[in-house]
Design a binder for this molecule. Structure first.
Ligand code: DQA
Length: 147
């Protein structure tokens, strides 16, 4: 398998119009297209998904096992609250790169803690939309590099 999942959580469907001073002007469909193109260039099939619902995100992570080799996950606000997502990642044993557009450590203190970080292979934050391809690069490198 040479397939990775880019999974976005709550409110990321509003990218482009939601607080553009923090999250930028690029829309989610544009981000997803960038990710797919990056995958093609590097020999990986990139599938993109987004949900605003915690349980749906858990289901998508479970379904990734056996389908994808790893996940780039921007869990949005669930990053800071969701033991269920933490457990789902542990349950699948898939490598996960945690991603945030903004630098969560330079923002409100409630964003400083991540339930994803202890079960991720690493985290990229603060680089805006470029973070998605940085995260894919990190994941593909972890998986053994370009095909
Ligand atoms: C975010 C950071 C989170 O704190 C926030 O709740 C988001 C987006 C980011 O990409 O910077 O929804 O994950």
């Amino acid at each position: 398998m040479t397939s990775v999942l880019v999974l976005n959580g709550p409110n990321l469907n509003l990218l482009g119009t939601r607080q553009p001073e923090i999250y930028g002007a690029t829309t989610l469909p544009q981000v997803e297209e960038l990710c797919r193109e990056y995958g093609v260039k590097n020999g990986y099939d990139v599938t993109c998904a987004q949900s605003n619902h915690e349980g749906a995100l858990v289901d998508i992570i479970h379904a990734a096992k056996g389908t994808h080799d790893g996940i780039v996950l921007n869990a949005g606000a669930y990053t800071h609250t969701s033991i269920a997502l933490h457990d789902a990642i542990l349950g699948t044993e898939l490598p996960v790169v945690e991603l945030h557009l903004s630098n969560i450590h330079a923002r409100e203190t409630f964003r400083h803690h991540s339930y994803i970080a202890p079960v991720a292979i690493g985290m990229i934050c603060g680089f805006g939309v470029a973070g998605y391809t940085l995260a894919l690069d990190a994941l593909i490198g972890h998986l053994g590099g370009r095909t």
